[in-house]
Design a protein around this ligand. Sequence first.
Ligand SMILES: N[C@@H](CCC(=O)N[C@@H](CS)C(=O)NCC(=O)O)C(=O)O
Length: 230
Amino acid sequence: MGNDGTLHLLYTCPFCWKVRGMIEYLKLDVNYHGINGLRAKKELKFVEDWNKVPVFTDANGKHFVDSTPIMKHLDDTFNQGSLQSGSEQSRQDTWLEWCDSKLSKATIPILYGGFFSALSTTRRVSKEEKFGFISRRIYAWLGFPIMWGIIARSRVKKDGRSPQKLWHDLLDEFTSEVGDNAFFGGSTPDLVDFAAFGYMRSISPFKQFSHLTSHERGMAWYRLMMDLVS
Ligand SMILES: N[C@@H](CCC(=O)N[C@@H](CS)C(=O)NCC(=O)O)C(=O)O
């Protein structure tokens, strides 16, 4: 365990990336424990009534679940809640909800929405994640038809836009709310910046990130965020 706690995660999970950005920004000493996604229920049975990642366990062994509440907890505990105090509360709540409902739904279409992109994503995920010998093979064979054939295709069809257009529209919406400021939070980032950043960053290990890099304003904000965590 790191001095500040442990994060159970999947390395390619967008919700986990939200929390990871905060951990890096706050320079916390947190141990990352990658789970086997096909055994999530079993691996997370130490938490009551919850079988999703991320799960944060603090230095006293107390568990925290759900990415946005975990981010708030980290900010309260290690940062005097300052990522939650700058902006008007209702604006921040509205946009946190926007990130969790809109950006979260855009990750699967861009990664799995096309036949070849789904194939390459599945291959990449099976390399990045901590699968066992058998589950890596199960994932490689079953992950692709499920993610592409069932989940992503129906989402893309329902939305009607190409996954790239969807991301560009969302980045237009987000960056116009950022306006002339550097960040959503103003001259410094707030919780919303870290939530949006996590979703966008979760695409970065994949080749489909190139569809996002053509969004100039989105990338200018993204680079500023990157500077804060690296
Ligand atoms: N609302 C949760 C969603 C987390 C979530 O859906 N995580 C996925 C991985 S990307 C998961 O653990 N799925 C495992 C399962 O549902 O069994 C959060 O923001 O943390």
